[in-house]
Ligand binder design. Structure first.
Ligand SMILES: [Zn+2]
Length: 315
């Protein structure tokens, strides 16, 4: 009798612990890394091309590079979008772990739509600094992904998290190939090409368009990926800008509102890059592009010369 009781008690304990552990593993898997197809993609030789876009917050990479990411993914590249922070300060009435989990779920949905992997490095929102710890976290994620191309912010952006995420990406260009740094994660034999997302800031120098990508074919995916971020697009960003009361209640109406609101800045990227679009796609198509995404080459990292850089990007 006593033995039976003990055995039953042990089983209950085991089940209880298993449920607890599964719960926490599930939470970590949702909150930190989501691989397209459910597992980390294997690398065979040089293919497929591997791209990592490092935004400061869970929405930056999607807004600035989501169309290009979707095109790359459709053409066979492995793309990971990274948010350095978990976004836990980006709301007027929510915050902390609950908001971080909400935003991770939004990004997971967004990544599914774009056909890419997603990860957060889980730093607190508003607290990114170019520390050694953060530099190592960025170096590891780039190495683990075995990135050929890294895209992040420029360092004269308005938001300190953007500036320092960009700084961190710059700081690991070259260091990614140094074996004695973060020796727990194998070095990259080839330094990636480092690029910047577009921004509107002029001082000390304005963004230069080095690559322009026609994303019209995947704009439905891009809009849907942004629409998936309710907490930002329909709550926090309109609130902080002072027009929360303009956001329609109806889902279809608010999606249209989102396009009216976010579209003009994206159209600005197209106008800024019209000459390059015409060079890259020819006069007929280049003149017709409605939405483009644009990127600047960073002087650090592998670097690149001339038109060959364009061949790395989806067309
Ligand atoms: Zn941001």
């Amino acid at each position: 009798m006593q033995r039976r009781f003990l055995s039953c008690g042990f089983s209950l304990l085991t089940v209880g612990l298993t449920v607890l552990l599964m719960g926490s593993f599930t939470q970590i898997a949702v909150a930190q890394t989501v691989y397209k197809g459910g597992k980390a993609p294997a690398r065979e030789g040089k293919n497929p091309l591997r791209v990592i876009m490092i935004g400061a917050h869970p929405d930056d990479a999607e807004v600035k590079g989501g169309g290009t990411a979707a095109l790359w993914a459709e053409q066979g590249a492995e793309v990971m979008l990274v948010a350095v922070t978990n976004g836990d300060a980006g709301h007027q009435s929510q915050g902390g772990g609950a908001l971080a989990r909400r935003r991770a779920a939004e990004c997971r949905r967004s990544a599914e739509i774009l056909g890419v992997s997603w990860r957060t490095l889980d730093f607190h929102d508003g607290e990114v600094v170019p520390s050694l710890r953060a530099r190592e976290a960025v170096m590891r994620v780039i190495r683990q992904w075995q990135a050929d191309i890294v895209i992040s912010h420029r360092t004269n952006d308005y938001h300190p998290d953007h500036r320092y995420a960009g700084q961190l990406a710059q700081d690991v260009a070259y260091m990614c190939a140094v074996p004695n740094l973060c020796p727990d994660t194998p070095r990259l034999e080839k330094n990636p090409v480092f690029m910047y997302f577009a921004d509107r800031f002029q001082k000390p120098n304005a963004f230069t368009v080095d690559v322009a990508v026609d994303v019209d074919r995947v704009m439905d995916k891009k809009w849907a990926s942004i629409d998936a971020m309710d907490s930002q697009m329909y709550e926090w960003l309109p609130w902080v800008a002072g027009y929360l009361d303009e956001v329609p209640e109806d889902k279809a109406a608010r999606f249209n509102w989102l396009k009216q609101w976010r579209g003009p800045r994206m159209l600005g990227w197209t106008e800024k890059s019209r000459d390059i679009l015409i060079q890259r796609y020819g006069k007929e198509r280049g003149e017709k592009v409605k939405f483009a995404e644009i990127f600047e080459l960073c002087e650090y990292g592998r670097g690149w010369a001339g038109e060959n850089l364009w061949s790395l990007f989806p067309k």
